[in-house]
Design a protein around this ligand. Structure first.
Ligand SMILES: [Zn+2]
Length: 527
């Protein structure tokens, strides 16, 4: 029996849920008020026979005891597994020696980073050299409470203070390199502190454990402004969101997450009581980052500075975007990518437009109410982009109109809902005063599914190949899984390691595949 099945056989879902929900017996089942939405009549039902729950109200979702605690506590699958296993008295399957070793090494690095964070924090509070850092914190109007809450710190100037301190604490040079705190110079086989004379901002995983640092220069002319920990076994910036550990409760409560660009924005927002705010870690927003948020909400708002080099660069082409990106680490605004995420993740992504020249940090500090209003007024990605293109162009020039239309075609094409797509297209046609039939025809031509086109041509056009690629990939993945079920646990282990949810039906876009996967997954769990 798998650990999951054993846990389920030992725990009664009614016991677990009744700790959080007042349940009343009604026939064979139990009902209560749904803990995930507010309601006047109880529509939350627990089925002891199948050991499942379902909300027949606004949520209209349900699941087993694992789904319940994951949703309720905001845990990832691994955490839920560990917690429920402990509760059920189930020993989780012993790991291979390699896994145990990797786990121990990761624990040790986390402990090391935690020690470092406290060391930096102590320096910020007491070191005479930290005067500039303390002034900086004061200038940004970060309160004592915020400094404590985010455990801000300071790294001393000089090349080996961190090394000396942590070696004295019993860590090795090798561990310090692996944790990203020391840089190893190959040529001379020597090492030095990566972070020197900087404000230190601990970056945590969703469980609140320190996995890396963001470090800001205190020299007004200093470059780069920020350096981050490098990629380590603990820290992968493409799947990390700064502040998520502090924000997740509020994100769930408000059913909305706001994504900003910088550390300061997050800290300022939390300080002002807007606690559902997290920051992407430089560069473009990634799908793993959005998947992290998806555990808490499907409603996302991006707070973008419309003048960011990123938005402008998108217009000048990908090459330029890439150059800008590397130089300034400015986030790239990729409307097509975002619309794609919406479809794949079943999410709603809106864009909050900041007043020119203001970042969330300033705005929240000066006009908190204005921030709240802007969040409410956030536009859909397509609308934001359309508006942005038009506002920043000379619409009296027919050539410019055409280029906007061309720019919008691929974005509209990636909107999967035809009604929505058409509504946007109509809006664009009206705003640009261009020929509607021509534009709509072009859009129609581009979005037509290859299946509606009889196979009269011998060679499949490239666009059709691209359109079917996703479905083909899903079919390939599914059939591989069905042939080799053992792959599933490997895949889930890899996902869990990256703090992602195990594979589930929703990962398949094709409804047929989704149902097959879910059925198969359920059969596996009951074996
Ligand atoms: Zn509900």
């Amino acid at each position: 029996m798998s650990a999951v099945a054993e846990i389920k056989s030992r725990l009664d879902i009614v016991d677990v849920i009744s700790e959080h929900v007042n349940l009343r017996k009604s026939g064979r089942n139990y009902t209560g008020f749904c803990p995930f939405h507010s309601e006047k009549t109880p529509s939350f039902v627990v089925f002891p026979d199948s050991q499942r729950w379902h909300c027949f109200g606004a949520c209209s979702e349900g699941g087993d005891v694992f789904n319940f605690v994951m949703k309720r506590e905001g845990w990832d699958f691994r955490t839920a597994l560990e917690e429920l296993a402990r509760r059920a008295g189930v020993e989780l399957r012993p790991r291979t020696p390699a896994q145990v070793q990797a786990e121990e090494e990761a624990d040790r690095l986390r402990e090391l980073l935690d020690t470092a964070a406290n060391y930096y924090h102590h320096l910020l509070r007491h070191a005479p050299q930290a005067e500039a850092a303390r002034n900086y914190v004061a200038r940004r109007a970060l309160s004592e409470e915020t400094v404590e809450r985010f455990l801000l710190g300071y790294s001393l100037p000089g090349w080996d203070h961190t090394r000396t301190y942590l070696l004295e604490k019993g860590y090795t040079v090798d561990e310090l390199i692996k944790a990203g705190l020391l840089v190893h110079r190959e040529e001379t086989d020597s090492t030095y502190d990566r972070f020197r004379d900087r404000l230190m901002i601990p970056i945590r995983d969703p469980r609140g454990r320190v996995i890396g640092f963001g470090a800001r220069t205190l020299d007004p002319q200093g470059t780069p402004k920020y350096i981050n920990s490098p990629q380590t076994v603990l820290f992968d910036k493409s799947s990390t969101l700064f502040g998520l550990d502090a924000a997740r409760r509020s994100i769930r409560q408000e059913d909305r997450a706001i994504i900003v660009e910088g550390y300061m924005d997050v800290m300022q927002a939390h300080q002002a009581g807007f606690e559902n705010v997290v920051a992407q870690m430089g560069t473009a927003l990634t799908e793993p980052q959005l998947r992290q948020l998806q555990r808490y909400t499907r409603r996302l708002v991006l707070a973008l500075d419309p003048d960011t080099a990123g938005v402008q660069a998108t217009l000048r082409g990908v090459e330029v975007a890439r150059e800008t990106l590397e130089q300034e680490l400015a986030p790239v605004f990729d409307p097509r990518g975002l619309v794609g995420y919406e479809t794949r993740l079943g999410a709603e992504i809106r864009v909050l437009q900041l007043p020119p020249g203001q970042d969330p940090d300033d705005l929240i500090r000066q006009h908190p109410q204005r921030w709240a209003t802007l969040v409410e007024e956030a536009k859909s990605v397509v609308e934001f982009y359309m508006q942005w293109l038009m506002d920043s162009s000379d619409l009296s020039d027919p050539k410019v109109k055409k280029s906007i239309a061309d720019e919008m075609l691929p974005v509209l094409k990636s909107v999967s809902n035809p009604v929505e797509r058409n509504a946007y297209a109509q809006k664009l046609v009206r705003a640009l005063e261009i020929s509607a039939p021509q534009f709509l025809h072009e859009l129609e031509r581009r979005t037509r599914r290859p299946s509606t086109r009889r196979t009269t041509t011998r060679a499949t056009p490239l666009s059709a190949v691209l359109e079917t690629r996703e479905a083909d990939l899903e079919s390939y993945c599914l059939s591989t899984l069905l042939q080799r079920p053992s792959l599933l646990s490997q895949i889930n282990a890899a996902l869990t390691e990256r703090q992602l949810e195990p594979l589930n039906g929703k990962d398949f876009q094709d409804m047929g595949y989704r149902v097959i996967f879910e059925t198969w997954d359920r059969l596996l769990a009951t074996d």
